[in-house]
Design a protein around this ligand. Structure first.
Ligand code: FAD
Ligand code: DLZ
Ligand code: SF4
Length: 512
């Protein structure tokens, strides 16, 4: 009677293991839009629309390729609302020998499927997701016995393993990492090509209407909707980036420019994470562009490092440490997330710009996520779980396996340094150096204390002083603490007083 192949919303690739192994003449595919997945956080409306439309287009492609596809739309009146419930219900409709699934990307869904396994009349097989370049077992092996895990070491191993940007046993150009060339501040008037934009077809139109009707209380602007929703469109979007953005990707990787939300970034994580692009294929293409002389090495290396380095590294950490990781709160932060994270209504221009663009586009680039919204939440002592819920909800590319280590570990230091060696904390100077936000702000970035001082300036030093027990022995913070200690006592008191007043206004009394 064949098998039932469950294809999840982020497994939209014929190369996903369970599908690759299937036989259209014998097996049946199940795909289901379910309220459970659409509401486990208040996902951005654009994110839900992107996932549903990409699912519907992929189902149509599978059907055209000869598969029997059982597609359960969100408004199916008999839907159970959960993936597990839909598998059980599909088996009633179509008896099968076994259920097969490519391993889900999130621990939560894996636990649901493991529980379902005990209730089903037929076996349920989970296939390793080999769309990733470093299998979970290999990461565990790499991590075992290391006193400290560091991305840079992992990345060098991945370069050797994949052969990307290698000349024999040596890294292309003689160095592994060209990050020091990737910190150009924004030039005045720099204008970027922006990502490829796609028209809304009838399938997407129906999804947009569904999302508008069913998720009115979710965050973000649903329209204009410009994401690609098929493999062909995702590839077109990536080609567009290689041709128009990649050459300057490296140099301006850390820069932030008002009214340029995408700058020279690829804006492809949403495609990679649902399976519409393949990580190894995009890296090969970028290496080829460098070898053909079309882009500089610092751009190609910087891009490839994000994919075979950071992306694989955070996934390895996620599976190595879950389910405990999500509970970590090394700095003991308990404050609520400020309400302006959901509206953008704040007079801090950098936060206003990053949050407003996030609500509009379901996108912000890495430095905006890390050094503006993430940095502020950490300096303000926000509960890392609340920060995690926000990042998981607001970005079109957000899935827990990649979002959680980036948020909890990299941006909030809630894992105490497992993922990165020191907190990414910074005052206004950093934001001023890397962006043009401060010139349009009511605060003065040069003021260190007083009514007009940039809040990042007082919060930064207050954070370090508050957490001296947890951070004071970190060798990478030694020079910073020495600078604090050398400051005049009156100044230090003024900083702490101003920070206290600011935090009390932000969170209410007794929250800091
Ligand atoms: P580019 O800057 O063009 O980079 C190219 C690709 O490299 C990305 O598409 C992505 O696949 C990969 N990449 C880059 N940095 C990272 C990283 N740190 N971790 C993993 N992959 C990386 N990325 C997600 O895919 N989903 C998330 O939910 C997510 N949440 C984040 C939360 C925080 C607090 C931070 C600091 C970062 C987060 N990132 C996340 C990483 C990164 O910000 C995004 O991958 C990137 O901004 C996506 O935009 P892009 O495609 O234009 O990336
Ligand atoms: C993100 C998402 C959303 C919004 N909706 C669905 C859905 O209705 N059906 C589905 O199969 N998958 C959806 N997804 C993706 C899942 O949440 C994803 O498979 C898990 O988070 C595991 O990574
Ligand atoms: Fe942000 Fe401070 Fe600059 Fe204002 S002055 S934009 S709050 S860094």
């Amino acid at each position: 009677t064949g098998r039932l192949i469950l294809v999840l919303g982020d497994q939209l690739s014929p190369a996903a293991a369970a599908l690759r192994d299937g036989d259209p003449a014998r097996d049946r595919v199940l795909m289901a839009e379910v309220m459970g997945e659409a509401t486990y956080v208040r996902h951005h409306k654009k994110k839900i629309a992107f996932v549903f439309s990409a699912m519907r287009h992929f189902a149509a492609e599978l059907a055209a390729a000869g598969w029997a596809v059982d597609y359960v739309p969100l408004d199916d009146p008999d839907s159970t609302g959960t993936l597990a419930g839909e598998v059980a219900r599909a088996l009633d409709r179509h008896p099968c020998d076994r259920v097969v699934v490519t391993e889900p990307g999130e621990w939560r869904v894996l636990a649901d499927l493991a529980a379902l396994r005990n209730r089903l009349p037929v076996p349920l097989d989970l296939w390793e997701d080999d769309r990733f370049l470093c299998p979970r077992a290999d990461f565990a092996h790499w991590a075992a016995g290391r006193r400290q895990m560091r991305m840079e070491h992992f990345y060098q191993d991945m370069r050797r393993r994949t052969g990307l940007l290698m000349d024999g046993a040596a890294p292309a150009g003689g160095r592994w990492n060209y990050d020091s060339e990737n910190r150009k501040p924004p030039r005045a008037g720099v204008s970027a090509p922006g990502p490829a934009r796609f028209p809304v077809d009838a399938t997407t139109r129906a999804v947009l209407d569904l999302v508008a009707a069913r998720f009115p209380d979710h965050v973000g602007d649903l329209e204009p909707f410009r994401f690609g929703v098929t493999r062909a469109q995702a590839e077109e979007a990536f080609d567009h980036f290689v041709e128009t953005g990649l050459a300057r990707f490296g140099a301006y990787q850390d820069a932030m420019v008002r009214d340029e939300p995408f700058l020279f970034h690829a804006v492809i994580a949403q495609y990679l994470n649902v399976g519409l692009l393949d990580p190894m294929a995009v890296c090969r293409r970028v290496e080829a562009a460098w070898r053909a002389g079309a882009v500089p090495l610092n751009a190609a290396e910087g891009f490839i490092r994000q994919i075979i380095g950071w992306r694989e590294y955070v996934r390895g950490i996620y599976w190595l440490t879950m389910p405990g990781y999500i509970e970590r709160n090394h700095l003991g932060h308990t404050a609520p997330l400020p309400a302006f994270y959901w509206t953008g209504e704040t007079d801090m221009a950098c936060l206003r710009a990053c949050i407003t663009q996030t609500l509009r586009e379901a996108y912000a680039h890495h430095i905006q996520r890390l050094m503006v919204t993430g940095n502020f939440a950490m300096l303000a002592g926000v509960d890392p779980k609340a920060v995690h819920d926000w990042y998981l909800a607001v970005y079109a590319d957000a899935y827990e396996w990649v979002e959680l280590p980036n948020t909890l570990g990299m941006s909030q230091f809630a894992d105490g340094g497992l993922l990165g060696s020191k907190p990414y904390a910074a005052g206004g100077n950093y934001i001023n150096r890397m962006s043009d936000y401060c010139s349009g702000c009511r605060y003065k970035v040069k003021d260190k204390t007083g009514p007009d001082a940039c809040p990042f300036n007082v919060l930064y030093w207050d954070f370090l002083a508050r957490h001296r027990d947890a951070l004071g022995r970190n060798p990478r913070l030694g020079p910073v603490y020495r600078t604090w200690d050398r400051m005049d006592e009156d100044h230090r008191q003024a900083v702490r007083r101003d920070a206290g007043v600011f935090l009390e206004r932000l969170h209410g009394p007794k929250r800091c």
